[in-house]
Every structure is written in structure tokens, then in C-alpha cells.
Ligand binder design. Structure first.
Ligand code: BMA
Length: 377
């Protein structure tokens, strides 16, 4: 159902932010996507969903299916895809999604007028394990405690240092970047149109669970990692990517500690999952997004809730009372609940206790699904 256009205080805020950009023809697909995102954020925020076309709570790989569409009759406006595994040339990602199918679904979503965002949970180039480092650190510390010498062991916290310029894994890692770049570079329609992508590497870096997390590398090492990734990919993909940075900062100072730089990021966001009480989550989400908006608004940057959700939520009105209430007054351009699969879910589905509330969320004038945005250029 087409929704009425939402004009309220947030539009006024967005219009002010938007005015700063001189009206000129966007030169690259990424610039065109940025101006599209900013036009969309004047109408409301897009609903997105990770891995939406591949599987849901009760099904897998059935062409055309989508938990979102089956509940409300429309696709998410944004779809999120994950590249973990591509670095080694795997045929399927870490969640078993075949990369060839991923490419097909990305092209299909682009052609129906939707927007694509990509995350990457690469393996650890130093010890061959996963992005998640906590158990590697425990094992390492235990081995030291048992009397093993540090020389015989691999210190997992050395990972970032090992891959930046001068590190022993640098060349290997550049090869990994090559595989990521080749995949994203292959995202084109049959007539050669380049598909722009919101790319969100090295996310949640204010946490310690990934090898690029803040306890596992210095701020300078993190920034070198970001710059190396961005410079390599920009040189080869030339304006296909909208660079998105998504930490979970406690304050502006904390946010700025590892900030790659105003010239390096176009979209700022946070990954916001509810673990605590409703009130805590709402205050934290609103507070973080307000802080990010304060930073973004004078710099012609966009803001989004780059991942979100409540794990297997049984709070019946989570979407309207908790999520929408926290972000509705801010000009975020999208939110991206994480994936639904048989073991856990964060997104909507007719099988969940939040299904009826999601239908209300869909009807809100400020929530945008594919049909609401497909014609906004
Ligand atoms: C995480 C979890 C994992 C998954 C990863 C990458 O947050 O959903 O199961 O492998 O994202 O998609």
C-alpha cells in the first residue's frame, strides 16, 4: 500500500542539512546513491533486512520468498548482504549463502529499485580463525599461563599490526582485498550499469569481539587498516561505494578516537541490539543516533541504524513502541534488522509474536519499504 508522504519536523531538519549540498549532477554511482539517500531521508526511514531473499525462520532458498514480503506485502527497501568467506575464494559465505546467488539477488534488488548494503566478517589472516577473537585470546593466554613461550605462539592481538603496511601478512591481506573488490566490481546489471553499494567494513570496532576491535589494535593501527582498505578499493572501484562507519561509541570523544576522517566516511551509523531493558535500549539508541546526527549534519553526511533488533523478540510491540519511538525524530535513512534463520531471528516474520505490531510499523507514514522508495531518484 502506498503511504502518504510524511512531512514533519524531521523533514525540515533534513532539508536544512540537505541545502548544504550544492545542486549538481552526481559524478559517480556512489554520489548518486548519497543524494538518493538524502532525498529518501526527508520522507522517513527505510526498512532494511539482512539476507532477506535467502532464508527465513521456516524456509531456505526458495526464489521470490521474503519473510518481510510475506508479512506486509512489500520487500524491504534495503537489503543487507555479507561477504565473510569471499577473501579466501570460498563459494559460499560464512552463513552458507552462495556468492553467485548473492550476486543475482543484489542485481534483482537493484533492478526493482532497492538499495544494497554490504558487511564483511573476514577470517583472521594471522591465525586462520574467524573474525571473532575472544576465544583465540583466551587460548593464547592459557598457553602462556601453562608456560609456553610467546615465541611459539601466535598473539591474536597482533592481527591488525600484521596486515597493515610493513606487516608480515600484508601481502596476503591485499590478496583478500582483491577478492572482495572483484566481487563488488562484478555487481553490474546485464547492460553494464554499476550497482552502488553502502559498504560497511570494520564495524562494531568499539567492542572487543572482532580482531579489529578496540582492545585488539591501537587507534593508529585501526585507521591504517581503514585507509588501506578504502584506498585499495576506491582505486579499483572508483566511486561505487558509499563508505559507512558503524561503531558503538559511549561519547563523542570515544567516537572520534578511531574516526577514519571526515573525508573518508559518508554514512555514520551504529549497530544497536537490545540486550537490556526497553528503557535502556531506547535511551541508548536515541542518544547515540542524536550524537551521530549532531556530528553528521554540518558535514553533509548521512546517518542510519546499520544493524538492529532484539534477538528472538517476544515483546509484542517492539517495532512501534520501542524501535520507532527511539528514532522517529531523527533523519536516519535506514535501519537494518539482522537475519532471520531457523535458530534465531531479528527481523519480521508471520511466525513471530511481533508480527501484528510489524504490520502497524509498516503502516506508519515514516517507515519506507521498497514501493515507497523505488521511484525516488
Ligand atoms: C552475526 C551472526 C552470525 C553470522 C554473522 C555474519 O551477527 O548472525 O551468525 O555468521 O553475523 O552474518
Amino acid at each position: 500500500m502506498k503511504k502518504t508522504i510524511f512531512l514533519s519536523a524531521i523533514c525540515a531538519i533534513s532539508l536544512v542539512a540537505c541545502k548544504q549540498k550544492p545542486v549538481e549532477e552526481p559524478a559517480t554511482p556512489a554520489e548518486a546513491l548519497c543524494s538518493r539517500l538524502s532525498a529518501i531521508s526527508q520522507k522517513g526511514y527505510m526498512f532494511g533486512h539482512q539476507d532477506d531473499p535467502f532464508y527465513g525462520i521456516t524456509w531456505e532458498y526458495e526464489k521470490g520468498r521474503s519473510d518481510t514480503k510475506e508479512l506486509v506485502g512489500d520487500y524491504p527497501a534495503v537489503m543487507g548482504f555479507e561477504l565473510g568467506g569471499i577473501e579466501l575464494g570460498d563459494l559460499k559465505n560464512l552463513d552458507s549463502v552462495p556468492f553467485n546467488l548473492m550476486r543475482e539477488e543484489i542485481i534483482a534488488h537493484h533492478q526493482r529499485g532497492g538499495i544494497i548494503t554490504i558487511s564483511w566478517h573476514p577470517r583472521n589472516p594471522l591465525n586462520g580463525k574467524t573474525s571473532w577473537i575472544e576465544s583465540d585470546i583466551k587460548e593464547y593466554e592459557q598457553a602462556l599461563a601453562e608456560g609456553k613461550s610467546a615465541d611459539e605462539l601466535i598473539d591474536p592481538k597482533h592481527t591488525v599490526a600484521s596486515i597493515i603496511e610493513g606487516g608480515e601478512m600484508h601481502d596476503k591481506f591485499v590478496g583478500w582485498l582483491g577478492n572482495v573488490t572483484d566481487f563488488i566490481g562484478s555487481l553490474k546489471t546485464a547492460d553494464g550499469e554499476i550497482i552502488p553499494v553502502i559498504f560497511r567494513p570494520w564495524h562494531e570496532n568499539t567492542g572487543n569481539w572482532f580482531w579489529w576491535g578496540e582492545a585488539n589494535c591501537s587507534a593508529d593501527e585501526y585507521k591504517s587498516l581503514w585507509n588501506m582498505t578504502q584506498d585499495y578499493m576506491e582505486e579499483r572501484l572508483g566511486g561505487q561505494l558509499v563508505w559507512s562507519y558503524s561503531p558503538g561509541p559511549r561519547s563523542l570523544e570515544h567516537f572520534l578516537e578511531r574516526w577514519p576522517g571526515d573525508d573518508r566516511v559518508k554514512l555514520i551509523g551504529t549497530d544497536a541490539y537490545q540486550y537490556g531493558t526497553d528503557e535502556e535500549y531506547m535511551a541508548q539508541l536515541k542518544g547515540t543516533m542524536t550524537m551521530m546526527y549532531d556530528y553528521a549534519k554540518d558535514r553533509n553526511m548521512l546517518i542510519a541504524v546499520t544493524e538492529c533488533g532484539k534477538h528472538n523478540s517476544t515483546i509484542p510491540d517492539w517495532w512501534t513502541r520501542i524501535f520507532n519511538a527511539s528514532v522517529k525524530d531523527l533523519p536516519i535513512c535506514y535501519c537494518l534488522p539482522w537475519r532471520n534463520y531457523c535458530k534465531e531471528h531479528f527481523g519480521p516474520s508471520k511466525e513471530t509474536p511481533t508480527a501484528e505490531d510489524f504490520k502497524k510499523f509498516y503502516e506508519l507514514p515514516n517507515t519506507l519499504f521498497l514501493n515507497d522508495i523505488k521511484d525516488i531518484k
